[in-house]
Design a protein around this ligand. Structure first.
Ligand SMILES: Nc1ncnc2c1ncn2[C@@H]1O[C@H](COP(=O)(O)OP(=O)(O)OP(=O)(O)O)[C@@H](O)[C@H]1O
Ligand SMILES: [Mg+2]
Length: 393
């Protein structure tokens, strides 16, 4: 180590799967600027590299110790009073500059996104909650992609046999006899710094919840291979982060109510249902070629159904989701009219029983307000309509 050198940039080397990534304190990734050999060498010694200029003006990297690097030559006394641990400063830098990592097509507030990233880098178990089709899976996948760590995906809602998905199977082979093959999940939890997505945890079989109890408990963090006490356990590796999604909203009475003890093991990140304005910007961003008047009508229909479903006198159980508005817009983009698109995309989601008093009739009337055929039912009073129009402008 050479203490007389002036380093203009310090990076920390972090291992991600088989890669060695280089990050500056403010979260800039420098991996491609440095050879793999150099990054690996640093990772196996101090964990840090510093960039300096040679006499001939070329930038070079050298292994440095984070405590004795000479980055600032002018005002050491002023600096020494601020005692932010190096690693803490780096993590903060990463969190607060992370909004740029959010995909443009995902609508989520900066605060929620940063909270999500922060929870992930701090190794919290994260639970994304919100009604159907509001972007939980999309946000969870986006955070996994942004972190550049080994990732694993498990859809627990679709799993019939939690034991084989989460633990493994016992097989019989006539040569080997009975043997146990471990699940992918076992591999996942043994992978350091892995990000493990547990999609649709709220729809999982209660057996899955029981198996996950010890895995998710910060004090335990192990998987028991067998229900029996004293059976083999597998430790969750360092830095493993779990990101789960759950449909938890007042309209989800059919979803099994999740166990309180399991819920307690998670940091909740609630996905917001989009406002009319955000819905409109998302749809405009995704479908720039669709007539903006039609796009704004779709956003209004969604907003009206959502506010209706939340009102005390709600005549429908749930609002039109963002998943549905995106599908609807796709049809419109492909040349279907709003009426036709609604007929195939929206109405089937609403109960048809009860004739004129049915949920479907109610939603149809909302949609028709925004269609050109001029049908005018007096389902909404003037005030409600003015409000809906006013919200849009
Ligand atoms: N906040 C959002 N930003 C951008 N797109 C969204 C958003 N919410 C929903 N979408 C759109 O809806 C689709 C479905 O979203 P996603 O699968 O993430 O919903 P979910 O909340 O996981 O639903 P479910 O509860 O049914 O699992 C996405 O592919 C995307 O096109
Ligand atoms: Mg989902």
């Amino acid at each position: 180590m050479n203490n007389t050198r002036k380093y203009d940039t310090i990076v920390k080397i972090e291992k991600s799967g088989v890669r060695y990534n280089a990050w500056t304190a403010d979260g800039t990734k420098m991996t491609t600027d440095i050879t793999t050999r150099m990054r690996k060498k640093a990772f196996n010694s101090t964990g840090y590299l510093g960039r300096y200029n040679t006499k001939s003006g070329n930038a070079r990297w050298a292994v440095v110790s984070p405590t004795d690097v000479n980055t600032d030559t002018t005002n050491d006394s002023a600096k020494s009073s601020v005692d932010i641990p190096n690693e803490h400063a780096e993590i903060m830098g990463f969190i607060h500059s992370s909004y740029s990592l959010k995909p443009k097509g995902l609508m989520m507030t900066e605060l929620k996104w940063k909270y999500l990233i922060r929870s992930a880098v701090r190794g919290k178990n994260i639970m994304m909650t919100g009604p159907a089709g509001c972007g939980k899976t999309m946000a969870a996948k986006s955070v996994v992609n942004s972190l550049d760590r080994a990732d694993f995906y498990f859809n627990l809602g679709a799993t019939q046999d939690p034991r084989s998905t989460l633990i493994g199977n016992t097989h019989f082979d006539k040569d080997k006899g009975t043997f146990f093959s471990k699940s992918l999940f076992v591999e996942a939890i043994q992978t350091e710094n892995a990000v493990i997505l547990l999609d649709e945890l709220s729809r999982a079989h209660p057996d899955a919840w029981n198996i996950l109890m010890t895995v998710l408990d910060y004090g335990q963090r192990y998987l028991r291979l067998d229900e029996a006490d004293g059976s083999d356990t597998i430790k969750v590796a360092n830095g493993v982060t779990f990101v789960a999604t759950a449909n938890i909203g007042n309209e989800y009475t059919s979803t099994r109510v999740m166990d309180k003890a399991l819920m307690d093991r998670f940091t909740i990140v609630e996905m917001d249902v989009l406002t009319e304005e955000d819905e409109n910007s998302l749809l405009t961003y995704m479908f720039p070629n669709v007539d903006s008047k039609v796009t704004s009508n779709v956003a209004k229909i969604a907003a009206l159904t959502r506010s209706e479903s939340n009102s005390d006198t709600a005549r429908i159980n749930s609002g039109v989701s963002t998943r549905t508005t995106v599908e609807l817009m796709g049809l419109i983009y492909d040349g279907f009219s709003l009426v036709e698109s609604a007929e195939v995309c929206i109405y089937p989601q609403y109960d048809n029983t009860g004739g004129v008093d049915s949920e479907r009739t109610f939603v149809k009337q909302i949609v028709q307000k925004f269609c050109d055929d001029g049908s005018s039912d007096d389902l909404f009073n003037e005030e409600e309509m003015a409000e809906a129009e006013g919200d849009a402008s």
